[in-house]
Write a protein of this length. Sequence first.
Length: 342
Amino acid sequence: MKRICFPTVLWSILASIIVMPVQAQSAETEVVPAVQATTPESAKANSRAVALKVGDRLNITVIDFPDLSGEHVITADGTIQMPLVGDVSIIGLTPSQVAPFLNELLLPYVRRPQVVVSVMGFSPLRISVTGAVVQPGPRLLSTDQIDADGKVTLSETLVMAGGITPEADLRNITIRRPTNTVLGQENISVNLWEVIQSGELSADPEVLDGDEVIVPQSESTTVDQRMLLASTVAPEQIIIHVAGEVSRPGQINITPSADVSAAVAAAGGLTVDADADEVALFRMEPNGQLAQQDFAFGEASTTLMHGDLIVVKASNRGGVGDTFDFIGRLLNPLGALFRILD
């Protein structure tokens, strides 16, 4: 395998990812002392259900009391404004926990209140995905990208980021979550590969608003890593470039399990002038080097990666120098842009 130093920015430009309404239980007593409208710590214990956040819209119905019922949006301070009881902090509670909490607050004013709470809509989630994914960066997940119960799992997040790259290390994913502690954040380590292998969907962790997901690169490609290309977090298609003596040169979309010959076939196959024994695969590696591998058309080859470049040489063309001369001409129009970026 030949390795040639190559500007990373140049290569990156060339290669351009229910809550069901909960019927509250009636209170056992008719009158209790007035309580403070604060979020009960015990109610926060249920971490399996999605917690409410700023901007979520709720429909709150107090049965037989239409004047106390209506739609509410959780404000920036995490509260809603309820008749009789005033500002009520519900941020961090799950929807199913809000009804009994409001029941308790209404007891001094309503005999045996019955509150029903349903979610009308969740506010968008702001997350970030970095590392070995096809489309890294911050993302704003709209309500149509969030499940009916308001949850987004780690695997779903990776799919929304275009899927993982073949060198992704799913055993050592980190979810960086903001907290109110002195450190200001919590680092959660996740072995998503183990989750995929076991098929335990309940073990797929939830990603919360403000989370940063970091997918590191594996130091070496193993059989297990290549198997990731068939997993649910792999991209459905990758983008590669095929140039030289093919019928339809240019950018193509192809499945991540495809090899060099499949990519050439997807580009219309070889032309009559092609040298079937001279098919070169160029790949930008994480260390900034451009690696070249040579194959013959029809020969078993390595699995393709997003951003790969395949060049089919003409039968009357010389050695490796001609191939790079071709690549140089291909990239030359972008030279001015590279000088700006340097």
